[in-house]
Write a protein that binds this ligand. Structure first.
Ligand SMILES: [Zn+2]
Length: 265
């Protein structure tokens, strides 16, 4: 057990006994760790204030390896995202980032580049126009997939290996594009539509796309395709609470702004 120091993004916290919290963090130097913040639930504690979800804090802790709980000795906020913490919609996107890291990153391998990707995504969600928040999340999902070693394939068909071509469509299940020839003979292979496939390929190539210019149906399709893709590699279907919550908020906004229309779902 060694006393160590790292920057950390707080992913989530849960209660431990009457006064303490367990804080699940992604640290710059040690990967994902679970810390115990003693007394964090008592009012006015500085430790607790620095270890709230979606803050970047400098933490000093007695490190135990192997997934055991490590005791925090000090924590200080280094970076907060004011808009993200103020606005319920941005908060939901930020929570989706935290949930994905919590669910998909297996353990304690150190990956400072992934730490940078997480902080970068939170910065973008803090600052981007609301119409571009989806794009920020999608870009993060693709970067996370790459970092975890499952980069989607866009150059060649994942079924036959031939060059993908213009009529190729993205398949979440197969982790890449399926060519027109294969789709013609195997219509049962589930793939995203043309517009969603093109947007995912552009994002993966690092191109900027405008979320605001996408049709709402296509937007939903890109979102669910990428979640399915990540879930496929995690070996289970991913149900993100933050995304469900976001869908609820969107439905409420929709029913307030367009009172004469009724969703039939
Ligand atoms: Zn093919």
């Amino acid at each position: 057990m060694a006393l160590v120091k790292s920057r950390a993004v707080v992913l989530r916290t849960y209660r431990l006994g009457e006064t303490s919290n367990v804080v699940v963090c992604y640290t710059e130097n040690f990967g994902k760790v679970r810390l115990v913040a003693k007394g964090a639930r008592k009012g006015g504690g500085r430790l607790g204030a620095a270890l709230e979800p979606l803050l970047v804090s400098g933490v000093v802790f007695y490190r135990r390896e192997g997934g055991d709980l490590s005791l925090v000795s000090q924590a200080e906020v280094e970076r907060e995202f004011p808009e993200l913490r103020r606005d319920v919609v941005r908060m939901a996107y930020g929570s989706a980032v935290a949930e994905l890291v919590d669910k998909l990153v297996p353990g304690e391998e150190s990956d400072p580049r992934l730490f940078g990707i997480i902080v970068g995504a939170l910065e973008e969600i803090d600052a981007a126009p609301e119409a571009e928040l989806d794009v920020a999340l999608w870009r993060f999902e693709l970067a996370l997939a790459r970092e975890l070693g499952y980069t989607p394939e866009f150059g060649r068909c994942v079924l036959c290996g031939n060059e993908a071509g213009r009529d190729a469509r993205f398949s979440a299940r197969h982790g890449g594009v399926v060519c027109g020839g294969c789709l013609a003979t195997r219509p049962e292979v589930p793939v995203a539509g043309a517009a969603a496939s093109a947007a995912i390929a552009a994002l993966a190539a690092g191109e900027d796309i405008s979320g605001g210019s996408l049709d709402a149906v296509v937007r939903d399709e890109i979102g669910s395709t990428l979640t399915d893709f990540l879930g496929e590699h995690a070996g289970r279907s991913l149900r993100l609470r933050s995304i469900d919550f976001l869908a609820q908020v969107r439905r409420m906004e929709h029913s307030q702004t367009e009172p004469d229309q009724h969703d039939e779902d």
